[in-house]
Design a protein around this ligand. Structure first.
Ligand code: HC1
Ligand code: SF4
Length: 561
């Protein structure tokens, strides 16, 4: 608690951890490249310098506030200093802005405009480093890297993966992988979180837009969309709407205008996952073996576990993710249609996630001579396609999904947030199907943004211990405490991205934690609005179990379990 003078105005502060947060709280948007409130303070870019009353300059991000301080944020000296930094960065930056993927969204470009940098006085040799597009999820272009280190800290501190780091010294310094290996040859889990903090075009989503247009323009293809739960609460942000606004009806309308033949909901397959995973969980509980059971719908988490904890393979649910269940079921269902009209069935998944691109091409997802899901387009890619097509998104009339695979329960929809899978499974397992039991479940402690959440519930006379974790570093720490016996659980839900899929790296980049909170609210609103709350009450699911799943149940599992 205390107060200070900022540009001559008295400002109170309480728990802010540094000067930068206080300055921003009082309405001055100090520029930074390397500061993210959820990462450690690096203090490298020096853009957030402020001046004290004696004319000394200090980095506001790494200076704790003190009562009675007097600082200035925009003196002539500071302005000159910031411009100089920008010019130095721009001097050896690849400045092909017009064709840069980040054009219009680049922090470097934005600050150069904002601070009035009109020319670069220092001409240095441009970098000509190899652009790594070996990953199916992200492209790394070191020529556009400004060494802020944000991706390095994200990968290490939030995801616990640590495949990116600084190499070489002086003018040759680079952010790269160990031994400069290709991204598809290191333990990158494809989560894409590095790209959510990259201020420039150095890390971007690997696009499948051209491939998507090709099939949409081909009259011999039947193009089928499945839309993931979290897409509906974030797409609007690309068109100036508020985070959390549910725009499913407009997304459906846009997809039809673009030429999609069928538009369905991935949350329907999440309902299948709920039933399969619940049955599997009950078996593990009854036999008291392979506990805790871990969820399997997040592909970045599955890859992380396979690499780091191979001994846990049997504890990870054998269920395919909803994306893959959906693809497998639809391909099976539409096979006869292909035989009748000769059209190839092409399944395009619209996902909030970059790791889903990797999941779709895993070998176990190649069946009957084709992939179950042919292509994955992120929320951001779909927004680009909508804009390219000239569709005025905000003016679209809402349209309904196609039936019967457009029908999902609220339980399927809440998969899009951390805690959602666990809650959906409990809704199914609970014998008490009253609405008060639904409410009680919501308050067990598995909702919310805490990195690790724990709950104890009574299930058929047994006390079940549940953990819900998001962020792979949190998952890593939790697993260590399970392995060393400090903690014990029966069921653990893991999502790699902060907040779950609503914070996926294929979504519009959230401006703050509040955007993720609003998206979460949007998901719970969509759940409240849905007529069906539990997966087993979804009539399409019932029909599937009485139809193709009776004949071919293995469509739902990663191996033939
Ligand atoms: Fe997810 Fe899932 S919820 S993994 O977060 O289980 O991506 O949205 O589609 O597959 O349904 C992502 C979201 C998504 C799957 C479902
Ligand atoms: Fe690290 Fe995820 Fe980026 Fe891969 S995609 S480098 S795991 S943050």
């Amino acid at each position: 608690m205390g107060s200070m003078l900022i540009d001559g105005q008295r400002v109170e502060f309480s728990n802010e951890k540094n000067l930068l947060e206080i300055v921003r709280k009082c309405g001055i948007d100090l520029p930074t490249f390397c500061y993210h409130s959820e990462l450690s303070v690096y203090g490298a870019c020096r853009m957030c310098m402020v001046e004290d009353k004696w004319g000394g300059t200090i980095a506001s991000c790494s200076t704790p506030p003190k009562d009675g301080m007097e600082i200035y944020t925009n003196t002539a000296k500071l302005k000159k200093h910031r411009k100089m930094i920008l010019e130095l960065i721009l001097a050896n930056h690849d400045r092909d802005c017009t064709v840069c993927e980040k054009n219009g969204r680049c922090k470097l470009q934005e600050l150069a405009i904002r601070l009035g940098v009109k020319k670069v006085r220092f001409e240095e040799e441009k970098k000509d480093l190899h652009v790594d597009d070996s990953s199916v999820s992200i492209v790394r272009n070191p020529n556009k890297c400004i060494m802020c280190g944000d991706c390095v800290r994200m990968c290490e501190e939030v995801q616990g993966v640590g495949v990116l780091g600084f190499a070489y010294r002086g003018a040759k310094i680079q952010v790269t992988t160990a031994f400069n290996k290709a991204m598809n040859k290191v333990d990158c889990v494809n989560c894409g979180q590095c790209r959510t903090v990259c201020p420039t075009g150095a890390l971007v989503i690997k696009k499948d837009i051209d491939r998507a247009w090709n099939v949409l323009h081909d009259k011999n293809k039947r193009v089928i969309a499945q839309i993931a739960p979290a897409v509906r609460v974030a797409m609007g942000e690309e068109f100036g709407l508020k985070a959390g606004e549910v725009t499913m009806g407009k997304i459906v309308a846009a997809l039809r205008k673009m030429g999609f033949d069928q538009v369905y909901d991935t949350a329907l397959a999440a309902d299948l996952t709920v039933i399969e995973e619940s049955e599997e969980f009950k078996k593990h509980l009854d036999s008291e073996s392979k506990l805790p059971l871990f969820t399997s719908c997040c592909p970045a988490w599955v890859k992380f576990a396979e690499q780091k904890y191979p001994e846990l393979t049997e504890n990870i649910s054998s269920c395919r993710s909803p994306q893959q269940m959906f693809g497998a079921v639809i391909k099976e269902q539409f096979r006869s249609l292909k035989e009748t009209d000769g059209k190839d069935n092409v399944v395009i998944a619209i996902m909030p996630c970059t790791a889903k691109k990797y999941e779709a091409v895993r070998p176990e997802n190649f069946n009957n001579g084709e992939y179950d899901v042919d292509m994955v387009i992120t929320t951001q890619e779909l927004a680009m396609m909508i804009k390219e097509q000239g569709i005025v998104f905000n003016e679209l009339e809402d349209e309904a999904l196609d039936m019967p695979f457009g029908l999902a329960s609220g339980a399927g929809i809440i998969f899009g947030v951390t805690g959602g899978v666990a809650e959906a499974v409990l809704r199914h397992c609970y014998m008490d199907k009253s609405s008060s039991s639904l409410k009680n479940l919501a308050f067990t402690g598995i909702r919310g943004m805490k990195g690790v959440k724990e709950a104890e519930v009574e299930l058929n006379g047994k006390t079940i211990r549940i953990a819900v974790v998001h962020g792979l570093k949190n998952a890593d720490n939790l697993i260590k405490s399970v392995i060393n016996g400090e903690k014990s659980y029966n069921f653990i839900e893991v999502m790699a991205c902060p907040g779950g899929c609503i914070g996926g790296a294929g979504q519009p980049i959230p401006h703050s934690l509040n955007d993720r909170i609003q998206r979460t609210k949007g998901i719970y609103n969509a759940d409240s609005a849905s007529a069906i709350k539990r997966s087993e009450e979804n009539p399409t699911i019932v029909a599937l179990y009485n139809g193709i799943l009776k004949r071919n149940h293995k469509l739902l599992h990663r191996s033939n379990k």
